[in-house]
Design a protein around this ligand. Structure first.
Ligand code: C2E
Ligand code: CA
Ligand code: CA
Length: 662
């Protein structure tokens, strides 16, 4: 320890101060007390010897003779017993009459007035003697021994010194003791704050002390600790929970699943991990805005929590994806829970006066059958959820064959780029028939992929991958060129058959779409009215301003815009009226069963009526039977498309189909 560090130690400081104070105080004590005692002894001695000497003189005065027998005996006795060292009687002629005791002859008699005056340890006093008539007879000289008193004085000084030392020692011991007592709580406070600084907040700050300042310091530190605990609790909550719904997040879910599947006892029990993806959330978000979207997510979270036990964990994985962990549950009882939940989720939500049905795709994976770790289970449940989504069913339990599908989708993305370059894609055309004239009024181009190993892959299996993999722009370019080329071939041979091309939502907001379409039309010398673009409702609401300006430019160039899959989104016709739309395609989910389902029929009927009011032509997709066709005729639908007339056909087959119709 360096000197400064010693001095910054509280106990050391106290001891130093005590030492300095005591050095001063002991000096005063030692010299002050000593001096007082010394003075007392000395004056006591002087008083005594003076009184004694004059007593002698008085006794010897008053007789005619200087020395007689009585006197001599008294003098001798005094020298033998008292402090008197010697006595000498001298007559008025200065002759020594009597001498008793040790007398150093060589020394001259000099009277002392202060103690220790003649440095021979003898105090000399002279007193005059008188006769009866007060006549001067002579004098008496007495020497008193000073050693005794000097010894007493020395002893007093020694005692003073001893007292001082004892006092100093006791003070030191007390100072050290109390100093330590006082600094011990400070030290333990220091230790506690150090543990707090290292992140261990759990021990309460308590010190035993009756020093008010230290006590209040301890209280302050305890208050600080409690604040830290509260703060770290809320930080932990934030780190482990989703801020929107308050549900546990991925991290907490992972923790809970791992705790269960890694616990020895739990290993005996099966448990189930469920992944839930909402079906139409994106459309709600796009159509109603994020605030409504958020409130739908919150309500969904509440629905999920209500449908479950307390021991189950509902987590939000992100976006519109949720997960549920059901400990100690078999896959069969999990399915019962899921059924209950599906009923809950398929009840309509109220959104700004619209009642919205969400629906969900649910995948389940079970421990230990499908996986023994969180990652495993989540991946399997995810795969099962995708399968459910693609199959259009509510829920699906994981099966080992699904992995190949997932793998397939992944490899497809990497192969799709090559497919576009290597002309593995081919167009099919589905005819559109005018209901009144029964004539072909156009075709819809539906793309296919002829995979060298897997055969023909339908668009539903690769369009979404292309969108996610950033290939949709290239794919759309390919389709546009194919469609415009075909239409121009027909046009050159004098047939006007409009070709409809499907656009992805992403296409509409990407730069250069308008330019590339116009230059293709120019390249193939095709009039714009022979091109139709089909877009879905959701693609208009992701970025309404951009969408509107692009659509307006295309419309102004003479290209027809059709709304595809109408009825599955949440746009109303009123909203669509602001867009330059000339055709409305009613989704086949309403059309196919309208002959038997009266509410589907009512929807189609109302839509046709309203669309006509707004000056749009109506196409009904998915017409499969004659009853449907008749119903559509009845309600004055303009155009129909569906298997009843033809599936999508390769160009040669289409030409054959047209020939046969003629
Ligand atoms: P979509 O635009 O709604 O196309 C209609 C789909 O319904 C086609 O499926 C068609 O074969 C099918 N369909 C037609 N009539 C009937 C019927 O009477 N009954 C039934 N059950 N189905 C019928 P496809 O060809 O498998 O296409 C699926 C979806 O893939 C299309 O739905 C479209 O959204 C997308 N798609 C197809 N080609 C392209 C493309 O070139 N670009 C983009 N972005 N999407 C495309
Ligand atoms: Ca379409
Ligand atoms: Ca459609």
């Amino acid at each position: 320890m360096t000197r400064t560090r010693i001095f910054s130690n509280l106990t050391a400081r106290m001891i130093t101060i005590v030492i300095i104070m005591h050095l001063l105080f002991l000096n005063i004590l030692y010299f002050g007390l000593g001096a007082v005692v010394e003075k007392g002894y000395k004056s006591q001695f002087v008083d005594y010897v003076r009184a004694d000497a004059f007593n002698f003189a008085a006794n010897m005065s008053g007789s005619s003779k200087l020395v007689n027998n009585i006197n001599i005996r008294a003098l001798e006795e005094a020298v033998l017993t008292g402090r008197t060292v010697f006595l000498r009687v001298i007559d008025k002629n200065n002759n020594v009459v009597e001498e008793i005791g040790e007398i150093v002859q060589s020394r001259r008699f000099v009277e002392d007035f202060i103690f220790g005056g003649s440095a021979d340890n003898i105090y000399h006093i002279e007193a005059a003697l008188y006769d009866l008539n007060n006549e001067h007879l002579g004098k008496i000289q007495i020497g008193y021994d000073e050693t005794d008193t000097q010894e007493q004085i020395d002893l007093a000084y020694q005692r003073c010194f001893l007292f001082s030392v004892i006092y100093a020692l006791i003070s030191f011991i007390f100072t050290i003791y109390f100093g330590q007592r006082m600094t011990r709580p400070i030290q333990s406070l220091q230790k506690l704050t150090r543990t707090i600084a290292h992140g261990h907040y759990q021990t309460r700050v308590e010190v035993k002390t009756n020093v008010v300042e230290i006590e209040s310091l301890a209280t302050t530190i305890e208050f600080m600790r409690e604040e830290l605990v509260a703060q770290s609790d809320s930080m932990e909550h934030l780190a482990l929970h989703d801020s929107l719904t308050g549900l546990p997040n991925r991290v907490l879910l992972q923790d809970r699943v791992n705790q269960t599947v890694n616990c020895e006892i739990q290993k005996e029990h099966p448990c189930v991990l469920v992944v839930i993806d909402l079906n139409r959330f994106k459309e709600i978000n796009d159509s109603f805005g994020h605030l409504i979207g958020d409130s739908v997510l919150k309500k969904t979270a509440a629905k999920l929590v209500n449908a479950l036990r307390v021991s189950d964990t509902v987590a939000r994985l992100g976006g519109d994806e949720f997960a549920i962990f059901l400990p100690e549950t078999t896959i069969d009882s999990a399915m019962l829970v899921i059924e209950k939940m599906t009923v809950e989720l398929s009840r309509p939500f109220e959104c700004e006066g619209h009642s919205v049905i969400l629906g969900a795709s649910i995948g389940l994976a079970s421990f230990p059958e499908h996986g023994i770790s969180y990652e495993d289970l989540l991946q399997k449940a995810d795969v099962a959820m995708y399968v459910a989504k693609r199959a259009g069913i509510n829920s699906q339990i994981y099966q080992s064959t699904f992995d190949q599908d997932a793998l397939l989708r992944l490899t497809l993305i990497s192969e799709l780029k090559l497919a576009i370059d290597n002309e593995q894609l081919f167009p099919t055309y589905q005819p559109k028939i005018n209901l009144q004239s029964n004539e072909l009024v156009g075709v819809e181009l539906l793309v296919r992929w002829l995979h060298p190993e897997r055969g023909v892959i339908p668009p539903n299996d690769f369009i979404a991958s292309a969108e996610r993999g950033g290939l949709i722009s290239q794919l759309t370019q390919w389709v546009l060129r194919a469609g415009i080329k075909q239409a121009s071939i027909w046009y050159e041979s004098g047939q006007e058959i409009p070709v409809a091309i499907n656009l992805s939502p992403k296409n509409l907001v990407e730069e250069g779409l308008y330019q590339s379409i116009l230059s293709l039309l120019e390249e193939y010398k095709l009039p714009a009215y022979l091109l139709e673009l089909e877009i879905t409702e959701s693609s208009m609401f992701a970025d309404p301003l951009t969408a509107k300006s692009v659509l307006e430019a295309l419309h102004d160039a003479g290209i027809k815009i059709a709304i595809d899959d109408f009825g599955t989104g949440y746009s109303s016709l009123v909203q669509l009226r602001k867009m330059p739309i000339s055709v409305l395609k009613i989704d086949r989910s309403f059309v196919t069963n309208m002959a038997t389902d009266t509410s589907d029929a009512a929807i189609v009927n109302a839509t046709v009526y309203m669309a006509h009011m707004l000056g749009m032509k109506v196409v009904a997709e998915g017409v499969e039977g004659i009853e449907t066709l008749n119903k559509l005729k009845e309600i004055k639908c303009d155009i129909v498309q569906g298997y009843y007339f033809s599936k999508p056909l390769k160009i040669n087959d289409l030409e054959n189909w047209r020939q046969s119709r003629m």
